[in-house]
Design a binder for this molecule. Structure first.
Ligand code: SF4
Ligand code: SF4
Length: 162
């Protein structure tokens, strides 16, 4: 058993040493290069307030408790039972896509945006008003090169300019 472990460690070291001298297999030179993501990629979510019917299904199905139904900031005068609309907490979202799949009016869709950062915890919570504006755009110092991931029999993966 102990001998097997030693061999396992040696094998791991040999693998590391091998790739030390080969071109990197998986390293993407982000942010100079960004991946051209395929259709169906589950990134941050867009929300169409105009088509939302306030059914709450998205909040009910969310396994991470990331969607909450909010009352509008300003309730119209005389409205006795104001509708609630969804907001999202990206500190909780696991990008499972259940909310997108269940929405009966297709008001929720995935974007391909995934590479944005926030300074505070609060910035990651989007009330319906902010949710409807869409996810923040990634900020790059210069326009990145778009690359596509190509399976490669010898190297595992390689990147090709789009
Ligand atoms: S993608 Fe999943 S975790 Fe994120 S808000 Fe939708 S249902 Fe919740
Ligand atoms: S976004 Fe879709 S699922 Fe969520 S409350 Fe609106 S209509 Fe219902």
């Amino acid at each position: 058993m102990a001998v097997e472990r030693v061999f396992d460690h040696l094998r791991a070291i040999a693998t590391g040493a091998k790739y030390l001298f080969l071109k990197p297999r998986l390293t993407l030179m982000y942010p100079d290069e960004v991946e051209d993501l395929p259709r169906g990629y589950r990134g941050m979510i867009t929300y169409n307030h105009e088509t939302c019917i306030s059914c709450s299904l998205c909040a009910m199905v969310c396994p991470a408790d990331a969607i909450k139904m909010y009352l509008p900031k300003e309730v119209p005068e005389g409205e006795k039972r104001p509708k609630r609309y969804p907001g999202i907490n990206y500190t909780r979202c696991i990008f499972c896509g259940f909310c997108v799949s269940i929405c009966p009016t297709f008001s929720l869709q995935h974007s391909t945006i995934h590479d944005v950062s926030f300074y505070t915890f609060e910035e990651q919570i989007f009330r319906p008003e902010e949710f409807a504006k869409g996810p923040p755009k990634p900020q790059y110092d210069k326009e990145p090169v778009k690359v596509r991931v190509i399976p490669d029999e010898e190297r595992g993966l390689r990147y090709e300019r789009v």
